[in-house]
Unconditional design. Structure first.
Length: 298
């Protein structure tokens, strides 16, 4: 569904397109310069908070995003052994960003052994995921960081937002589940979905969020249990949108594919189906300007 993970959402006349942008290095600190277009609206979203500037999916990253004017937050969730919903892109301690409880490096080949679903949340909080220099984001500010609970992250965001502006916030929450993860890296899919939906209800953000996932079963269960909640189908294959939607079994609110899969045929299809399109992830100003000023114009 978003480096500074700055994401720019485009609403262009008859076409509504959301575009994830993830800028690394110095481009993180300045907005993309796009040609003016009548009727266009750009919304900045934060990818894993603001990954180009701060440790990803951390409370400092999202607080920084707020200070930069972000109103929509893209994040990922997994589950701990004691069934806490944790903000993390992987259901294990990724070697690129985390160290073990003694501060030692985690190897790429062994990172999946550091299974979040195999740890209680109290144990998980002992691991640092903010001090290690990120190989792809050299300008990322380094600081001690732990993986927060989704509930804690939402509370932290709301503490910085005036009450009258809370309705303007949006959470784009990705459930990180694959079929072979069940009972290994996450609870059974029904339980996973129930945990996330219960937390959304508890925090009162039902009207301020959507769920996204690459996993069809996750979205199908979300549709069954929360039919009014907007759902986004994440796509990373070359099949047609018709084939992907047929496999899902219902029309999602959002179709979210890699930006290089966007073409006029896809745009025409999404317009005819009245589905929002969210291409991901653009990593350069040049790509953003091209898609905004060229392909995405109607």
């Amino acid at each position: 569904m978003r480096s500074l993970g700055l994401e720019y959402k485009f609403s262009v006349a008859k076409l509504t397109v959301f575009l994830w942008l993830s800028f690394a290095s110095k481009s993180c600190t300045s907005p993309v310069q796009l040609e003016p277009n009548k009727g266009a609206n750009i919304e900045i979203q934060g990818h894993r908070g603001c990954r180009g500037l701060m440790p990803e999916n951390s409370i400092p990253a999202f607080r920084k995003a707020i200070k930069l004017g972000v109103k929509t937050f893209e994040l990922d969730v997994v589950v701990s052994k004691d069934y806490k919903v944790v903000v993390s892109h992987e259901p294990w301690l990724a070697h690129e960003i985390c160290t073990d409880s003694e501060g030692s490096l985690i190897g790429a080949a062994s990172e999946k052994n550091w299974n979040i679903y195999g740890m209680t949340y109290d144990s998980l909080r002992r691991f640092d995921c903010g001090l290690k220099v990120h190989p792809r984001f050299p300008n990322q500010q380094k600081m001690p960081c732990y993986k927060p609970l989704l509930s804690e992250l939402i509370d932290s965001i709301h503490q910085l937002i005036p009450a009258e502006d809370l309705r303007l916030l949006w959470y784009n929450i990705e459930i990180k589940r694959q079929a072979n993860y069940d009972s290994v890296y996450c609870p059974p899919v029904d339980t996973f979905v129930d945990l996330v939906l219960a937390l959304i209800k508890e925090k009162g953000i039902e009207k301020n969020c959507n769920i996204q996932s690459f996993d069809l079963q996750t979205l199908q269960i979300c549709k069954q249990k929360a039919p009014l909640l907007p759902l986004s189908l994440l796509v990373q294959n070359n099949r047609s949108p018709q084939e992907n939607v047929k496999a899902l079994g219902f029309k999602p609110d959002i179709y979210s594919c890699h930006f290089k899969l966007v073409n006029q045929t896809l745009i025409d299809w999404k317009n005819s189906e009245q589905i929002l399109l969210i291409p991901w992830t653009v990593n350069s100003k040049e790509d953003a300007a091209f898609y905004y000023n060229g392909l995405l114009m109607v």
